[in-house]
Design a protein around this ligand. Structure first.
Ligand SMILES: Cc1cc2nc3c(=O)[nH]c(=O)nc-3n(C[C@H](O)[C@H](O)[C@H](O)COP(=O)(O)O)c2cc1C
Length: 407
């Protein structure tokens, strides 16, 4: 099958993976309205076309999270990635490293922090779920530091886990043992069974062998989900700030108020995210919240965005509306499920090509140029309280640019 875009990788992943794992990647909370809206809302942004510009030298490289990368994108934390392909997290790390972009490892990874750290000596971030057992969180941070992780992502939107009805139907993370239906599902993808069977037993690499943690993957997943600390609040950010000396990003910020709390708590960055529509069904899309959050943060911290990115034009829109970089979730998880490291590489390169062409057709050669010409991305989102309507905001931005240019 010719792979020409992320949707092709999605179809390929559906063909290759047992339904339980494909649905885990693809699904969202309840009616999946926020999941759909995340991508649909990119269509409410338009791009300005500019022609007859010298496009012979182009460069997507940019700086974020303290280093320069080949494009403004990184791999998002994706739990259980090692069950989509053998050594899934290590394979994704190799692909990210080859593509010169960073990656954030999930607490719920199959490969351990140490294994992924060895595959990616720089550019690796760690995502943290804080468990009731705070010792475990401290230990994970210590191990992350030891392998050279410099940025910690605190996932803030999962004090409680939402319901993903596809997972409920498939018994994923809701049942601690394999049911007959699950076994039939797994057997329906013999190539996956052979690949994974030859690889050996799947366990959560960061917690396996710990006292109280069960000894099989399904039970480990159910156990850990139930042990995420539901009492975690903004006051605990101070504790985390003391524990973690590196960069700290709060992931799951979807309002100006929460962005303010994150900054007050000492965060170096916020990730505008609704967890890819996997938590609050009915929440606004990440891209629609970005303009007001970016305007509020106004350079005091880094602004990252995820949820819904499937096209290079989505990356251009996110940067144009104020993000420093984006995180890719399902886009690369489909690639991993489709063909391991090769598929992740394909996902990144497809998005790179699309981003480059989109920018070029807008008459721009670099991410810096896009940042300097943000008015080239227009949006029609409802303004938040105290915000200017988009047209007025752009008008003022345009006047400011004219004034600057005339000096
Ligand atoms: C299969 C899957 C597993 C995920 N696991 C985690 C996780 O362990 N920790 C976390 O913070 N976010 C997790 N996320 C959320 C992603 O980090 C990211 O916020 C989301 O995928 C972005 O939306 P997108 O998939 O539409 O790009 C997961 C997402 C998916 C699709």
């Amino acid at each position: 099958m010719t792979i020409s875009n992320i949707e092709d990788l999605r179809r390929e992943a559906r063909r290759k993976l047992p339904r339980m794992f494909f649905d885990y990647i693809d699904g969202g909370a309840f009616s999946e309205r926020t999941l759909a809206r995340n991508t649909e809302d990119f269509d409410r942004c338009t791009l300005e076309q500019r022609v007859l510009v010298d496009l012979s030298t182009r460069d997507l490289s940019t700086e974020f999270l303290g280093a320069r990368y080949s494009m403004p994108a990184m791999l998002a934390p994706v739990g259980f990635a090692g069950s989509f392909w053998p050594d899934g997290e290590v394979q994704a790390a190799h692909a990210a490293r080859d593509a010169k972009i960073p990656m954030c490892l999930s607490t719920f990874s199959i490969n351990s922090i140490e294994e992924v750290g060895a595959a990616m000596p720089s550019g690796l971030s760690m995502q943290l779920y804080v468990f009731k057992d705070r010792e475990l969180a401290s230990e994970i941070m210590q191990r992350a530091r030891q392998v050279g992780v410099t940025t910690l992502f605190l996932t803030a939107d999962t004090n409680v886990s939402s319901v993903r009805e596809r997972d409920t139907r498939n018994g994923f993370r809701t049942s601690s043992s394999l049911k007959l239906g699950t076994i039939v599902d797994l057997m329906s993808r013999p190539a996956w069974c052979v690949r994974m069977g030859l690889h050996g037993r799947l366990l959560l690499g960061n917690v396996k062998g710990k006292a109280g943690v069960p000894a099989n993957l399904m039970a480990q997943a159910a156990y850990l989900s139930a042990n995420v600390d539901a009492s975690m609040s903004w006051s605990d950010l101070a504790w985390l700030r003391r524990e973690w000396p590196g960069k700290l990003v709060v992931k799951g910020v979807l309002s100006v108020q929460d962005a303010g709390r994150a900054l007050d708590g000492g965060a170096d960055g916020v990730c505008v995210s609704n967890h890819g529509g996997r938590q609050l069904d009915g929440a606004r899309s990440s891209i629609s919240m970005l303009p007001e959050i970016a305007r509020f943060v106004a350079g005091r911290a880094e602004v990252l965005l995820d949820s819904g990115i499937r096209r290079g034009s989505h990356i251009v829109k996110a940067i144009g509306l104020g993000a420093d970089a984006v995180l890719l979730g399902r886009a690369y998880a489909y690639g991993l499920g489709a063909s391991g490291r090769k598929g992740v590489r394909q996902a990144i390169e497809l998005l790179r090509t699309e981003t480059d062409l989109t920018l070029a057709l807008m008459g721009m050669c670099s991410i810096d140029e896009l940042r300097a010409n943000r008015g080239a991305v227009q949006h029609r989102f409802t303004p938040g309280p105290g915000e200017l309507a988009p047209d007025v905001g752009h008008l003022l931005d345009g006047i400011a640019r004219e004034v600057q240019a005339s000096h």
